[in-house]
Design a protein around this ligand. Structure first.
Ligand code: SF4
Length: 523
């Protein structure tokens, strides 16, 4: 499988990984070649991001509502968070490392005055988990403050950063997001909106953004619409946020999605829409439906809860197993399990009980923490499992190590048979658009066939939902989605080497680079 994967990844423009200790060359015209480390499937250094964004304009308690909005979006990032507010004249900022209730309190919120605000919760992707990389990222330019919060990954960030550094730019952070404000300064327009449009013409990849100045909030979404971004209304104020669950918490009404490629400006003149970019085919991240978004959210025009139930029903059609009970490993797979149970008539049970005071293992940043979390997070209910044929519904198997431990715990609790059905196809390819796939342990399905994975996990049966079955469950057309991590077909190619810490290394050799592409070639 590996040679096939590598060949396909390479065909998609991603450099082929080399043997341990080797690298590939980053080459540019007028620039000497230099060796950098490989990034794909051999270590954990690849683009990744989970973030949530929130913005509000025209509310006297903008800071407090932004705080609640971030609270609702906490599942999208737990490493750091921040809020910037504006009162028409000045902006105020607070950000910190940790969860929203750890970083903010009543006194801090009272020091964030204004009728507008933006906020961000972050899981680190590019750049280490340090305060300078917390967002919103605030800069001063042309006599005004500009704050930016980003969900996504810019696939040509490295090339642009090298070019800007060669031209003399000094960066404060090691995040891809910072290049947007540098580009705004470099390609300045008549106003901040024009500057943003000019900047976004240069970046590629995935971005859902909210920006704030002292007197306006701007929401922007990349032309493919990889990440969700929606608009809401609350008593005459306007809101923009990653998921509708944040609107629900502040009792705002959902209005509509920010369309792919759209820039929405909220200011004293109301709400203005700009569509400056050529239309592109939508490529919404289907994995938001499967795993990432909250089930009580509506994204891409669909209820996440209902899509997940339909994924379970589709699994029942494709894998009609005999069993005594259907169960999830909560919260993964819970709603697909409900759908499977409803479709088959097999009782739904909570065969394991979750400790809700432990974070989701998928987003823990280190192997050590992940293993620890497996042990403390789920406790099997022996009275439910003993002697039973158990069908576990999972939303995905990324590395497999956590799943293996969980299956073992079911057997130890007395389960007679353990089968597993996954509500999406095998993840065989990395994601370049903002989801964390593959650390050191890699994507298990990139390396093993399904029967090998079944044996590794200690299962009696393992079945995945087909690609067509997954897409059909969304009740949307194939063409709407990015399916790259399943198909290896990438709508936007990664340009050059990229890793979480690539901007913390000196990989940008001096030399004039304006207008010249960076290419990667194998050594
Ligand atoms: S590659 Fe997968 S996880 Fe990444 S954006 Fe596409 S569908 Fe989503």
């Amino acid at each position: 499988m590996l040679p096939v994967l590598f060949a396909q990844a390479e065909a998609c423009g991603y450099p082929k990984p080399l043997a341990q200790g080797q690298g590939f060359k980053v080459k540019t015209e007028n620039r000497k070649q230099k060796t950098v480390n490989p990034v794909i499937l051999q270590d954990d250094r690849k683009p990744r991001e989970h973030c949530g964004i929130f913005g509000i304009y025209g509310h006297p308690e903008a800071a407090r509502l932004t705080y609640f909005g971030l609270y609702a979006l906490q599942h999208r990032g737990q490493e750091s968070c921040g809020i910037v507010t504006g009162d028409g004249q000045r902006v105020s900022q607070h950000r910190g490392l940790g969860l929203v209730p750890e970083v903010f309190n009543k006194d801090i919120l009272e020091r964030l005055p204004g009728h507008l605000g933006i906020g961000h919760v972050r899981y680190s992707t590019t750049g280490s988990t340090v305060l300078i990389n917390a967002q919103p990222f605030l800069v001063q330019h042309g006599g005004q403050s500009i704050a930016i919060a980003h969900n996504g990954t810019l696939t040509n960030a490295r090339e642009i950063r090298c070019r800007l550094e060669d031209a003399g730019s000094i960066f404060q952070s090691t995040m891809d997001t910072e290049i947007i404000v540098h580009l705004m300064a470099r390609h300045r327009g008549a106003n901040v909106v024009e500057s943003l449009i000019n900047a976004l013409e240069h970046v590629k990849g995935s971005y859902s953004l909210v920006l704030a100045t002292a007197d306006k909030v701007i929401a922007a979404r990349d032309p493919y619409g990889f990440r969700p971004l929606c608009l809401g209304q609350l008593n005459g104020s306007w809101l923009a946020t990653s998921e509708t669950c944040a609107l629900d918490l502040v009792q705002a009404d959902y209005w509509r999605e920010v369309e792919p490629g759209e820039i929405v400006v909220m200011d004293a003149g109301g709400l203005h829409s700009h569509k400056p970019f050529a239309p592109a085919p939508p490529k919404h991240c289907i994995f938001e439906f499967i795993y990432f978004a909250r089930p009580d959210s509506q994204i891409f025009g669909q209820s996440v809860y209902l899509v997940r139930k339909r994924l379970g029903a589709a699994l029942a059609r494709e894998h009609p197993l005999k069993g005594d009970l259907v169960m999830p490993f909560p919260d993964s797979g819970t709603y697909a399990a409900l759908g499977y149970a409803a479709a088959t008539g097999i009782p739904f049970e909570m065969g394991v009980i979750r400790n809700h005071y432990v974070g989701r293992t998928f987003i823990q940043p280190t192997q050590t923490m992940r293993d620890f979390s497996v042990r403390v997070k789920l406790n099997p209910v022996r009275e439910i499992l003993k002697g039973q044929r158990v069908i576990v519904i999972e939303d995905s198997i990324i590395r497999g190590t956590t799943t293996r431990s969980r299956v073992k715990s079911l057997r130890e609790a007395g389960a007679k048979e353990v089968s597993m059905l996954v509500s999406c196809p095998p993840h065989r390819f990395p994601c370049f658009y903002g989801i964390d796939f593959s650390q050191k342990g890699e994507l298990i399905a990139a390396q093993q066939e399904i029967d090998q994975i079944r044996d590794f996990l200690g299962l009696d049966y393992l079945g995945y939902l087909s690609l067509d079955g997954m897409v059909a469950a969304t009740q949307m057309d194939h063409d709407n989605f990015c399916l790259s991590c399943f198909s290896g077909d990438y709508p936007v190619l990664l340009e050059g080497d990229f890793s979480k810490t690539c901007f913390e290394e000196d990989l940008c050799a001096p030399g004039p680079l304006e207008g010249q592409p960076v290419v990667c070639e194998r050594e």
